[in-house]
Write a protein that binds this ligand. Sequence first.
Ligand code: SF4
Ligand code: SF4
Length: 426
Amino acid sequence: MKTKFNFAEYERECVKCAKCVPTCTIHSINRDETTSPRGFIHLMANMQDGSLKLDKNLKKIFESCFLCVNCVSICPSQIQTDLMIENARAEIAAKFGLAWFKRIIFFVLKRRSLQNIAAKFGYLFKSCGFAAAPNGMRSRFALPMTRRGRLLPPIADQSFLNAYPERMDFGGDRTVAIFIGCLANYAYTGVGDSLLYILKALKINAFIPKDQLCCGAPPYFTGDMRTTKWLVKYNVEYFELFIDTIDAILVPEATCSNMIIADWLHVVSDEPEWVKRVRRVVDKTFIASQWLHNNTDLLSVTPSLDQKIASVTYHDPCHAKKTQGVFKEPRAFLEKSYEIKEMSDSSSCCGFGGVTIQSERFALAEAVGKNKAAMIAQTEAEIVSAECSACRMQIGEALNRSGGKQIFMHPLELIAQSLKKVGSNA
Ligand code: SF4
Ligand code: SF4
């Protein structure tokens, strides 16, 4: 990662057409040019040429971007505003430091044993601090990062990585590794269970690399480049040990898969040797629904039911549809056994936004989430689905706050459910 990103160069490429402005998530709830892609670009260039000082006000402005990439997908000059913001946040973190709770979170992300202890502790004492609720657990009191009544992900009694052996032979001649992601490992463990069920039904062997760590998305979006680079290099060194023995690495998460496939290369861009090493891992890494769709019989194996199991509305995670072009694949599986009820704008950002927006700027997430929850409620679907646990956490909270009745299920959980329905012999 370059320490000094060339914001001015991007500004010169911006033709000021404003096509990005109406698509921008933060601009939709704060209609001010300073919180729009065009405004961000201008401010970042001014910051670089010294005409604008990086002060707390500018920091606040740059921290309001949701990194939803709506602007990138529409820009005729193909300006990567998200990449610029990520670099500006690195400068912010270098100048102002990180909040104490972020330093603790990122410290723990580098240590699996501490994560396991924290999860075990959280599981044992969750009934003291949280009440069970649909789509998660509701906090009984305010925490440093969250207020009372906030819906948080449920904590599982056993993590996905600890629940299964490292190698599972399902009698096939292909083997895929699973990169599970932190939220699906400790909270939404049904995602990994379902992926294993599907792989077993397809006779594809599973390899669960036990020493994998966080993909680095939380520190990356927060500007903590030192932790991000450490995590990227750690994971690459670890994956190199088995990369030639597997057919693919499946990631059932939009954010984590995009972080690995696209952002790992940005993180090591100033180290050519590491670019090569990252590329070797990236070439075998896929978001799960896409690989299962393009490389297996899952579509023909998934039952085509006259009587659909339930109705589903599908939310397109920003880091699946807009960055990886994946949106038809999960729908192709789901429409065979479920009635699909499309929401008015399935591509609009859910409002997750990253660690800063989920903690210090939660009012922004709440405002965007409110719109998404209303859209979901309008469909009257029973289930809302998306291949992303960050979206799950944010949409769950938005539904909780708005009184929405939909239950969130990952597409792999829905596919596994339909396979079970017809008695797949997995
Ligand atoms: S990434 Fe999203 S929120 Fe950020 S400037 Fe672009 S459209 Fe706006
Ligand atoms: S769409 Fe691209 S070129 Fe047009 S104003 Fe936005 S950033 Fe500039």
